[in-house]
Write a protein that binds this ligand. Structure first.
Ligand code: 5GP
Ligand code: MN
Length: 339
């Protein structure tokens, strides 16, 4: 972020402001961790801050400090829209295009508030007054740490802020193993532990709180796993019927796509999840090396993300969506087989 922008933001935050903080729809650990980490920081600086999520998030995030104060736009629309219309500053975290907030797109686009984007996805839209966008960052939580650092306030990081930021860095780096994890990431995480983040508890809260149904659903997903060796590709499907059988709740399929990628020799993995309520197939794509699933998702599946992790959706049936996926693989033959 430019020094000049940081100075302007410092000036802006030197008096009490009405601030709304928004993550993307279907928020994940990084989205909730970064919004709440920033929220606690702003409260400490006497601002009137409110986190508003477009919709609900998984139960394994429902212990993060301050989580109980989050408002959800889909169930508390009027209240949320009033707060957005009154806000002087809106932070948009872990996304870079308003459509990623689903039904909040219009109210955000119409707001006169100063917008500050902090995000690590590719191809940011041009809506922000101040933009901190860096695709090399492991997570938005890591960027919030840098942001607080640039404002000269590392001393203000307490156990609550540290816990929020640790959580998002942990989930977005697959517990510090993806290639986006740098020595700086580890230094930050070490600092966060010193500031009071209880790493073992955080890991336990996020990863060791499975329901029996969730494990059975994972079993079903692994049973459906298909491999296409000639394209070093693996994919998983989950139909609405299968989700219903195992009493699916939000977050139950988080991370399942990575099992495909864990197969020896596989560099492209996909999961196709039927969502009858929304009338879509939700798609997650993961890759290893230089193969860009961001490009694949933008070109074919109405989505985007990062080089090695992207999401998207399809309006066709589950079967048709899988057929389309298989049919486009030959056009990526060179990229898949040269890795
Ligand atoms: P996931 O597969 O876990 O939903 O998403 C993987 C990554 O891609 C995340 O960083 C997420 O924010 C991003 N992503 C997911 N869906 C979309 C989408 O529809 N559009 C864009 N631009 N990014 C997405
Ligand atoms: Mn993220």
């Amino acid at each position: 972020m430019k020094k000049q922008d940081i100075n302007s933001i410092k000036q802006l935050l030197s008096t009490t402001k009405k601030i709304v903080i928004v993550p993307h729809k279907n928020p994940d650990g990084d989205a909730i961790g970064s919004t709440l980490g920033l929220y606690h920081y702003l409260l400490k600086n006497n601002h009137k801050a409110q986190v508003i999520t477009p919709n609900n998030y998984p139960n394994f995030l429902k212990w993060i400090p301050g989580e109980n104060f989050i408002l959800k736009h889909d169930t508390q629309t009027k209240l949320c829209e009033n707060l957005i219309n009154e806000a002087e500053i809106i932070f948009t975290l872990d996304f870079n295009a308003f459509h990623r907030t689903g039904n909040m797109e219009t109210v955000l686009a119409n707001s006169n508030a100063i917008k500050i984007m902090i995000d690590h996805h590719q191809a940011p839209d041009d809506y922000a007054t101040y933009m901190f966008s860096d695709v090399t960052m492991s997570s938005t939580c890591e960027m919030i740490y840098h942001f607080i650092d640039m404002l000269g306030d590392l001393d203000l990081i307490d156990a609550n802020i540290a816990t929020c930021l640790y959580t998002g860095i942990m989930t977005d780096t697959g517990s510090f193993r993806f290639s986006s994890t740098t020595s700086t990431t580890h230094r930050i995480v070490a600092n966060l532990i010193e500031k009071g983040a209880n790493n073992a508890n955080i890991h336990n809260n996020v990863y060791d709180t499975n329901s029996y149904n969730r494990l059975q659903l994972l079993g079903c997903a692994l049973n459906n796993l298909k491999v296409i060796p000639e394209f070093k590709t693996a994919y998983i499907t989950l139909s609405q019927k299968e989700l219903n059988t195992y009493n699916y709740t939000k977050g139950d399929t988080e991370g399942v796509v990575n099992y495909g990628l864990s197969l020896e020799g596989v560099i492209l993995a996909a999961i196709f999840i039927e969502d009858q309520q929304e009338g879509i197939i939700k798609i997650s794509l993961r890759s290893k090396g230089n193969f860009s699933v961001n490009e694949m998702s933008r070109a074919h599946f109405n989505g985007g993300g990062h080089t090695n992790a992207a999401g998207g959706k399809s309006y066709a049936t589950l079967k048709e969506t899988v057929e389309k996926f298989i049919s486009i693989l030959p056009t990526y033959n060179k990229a898949l087989n040269n890795e």
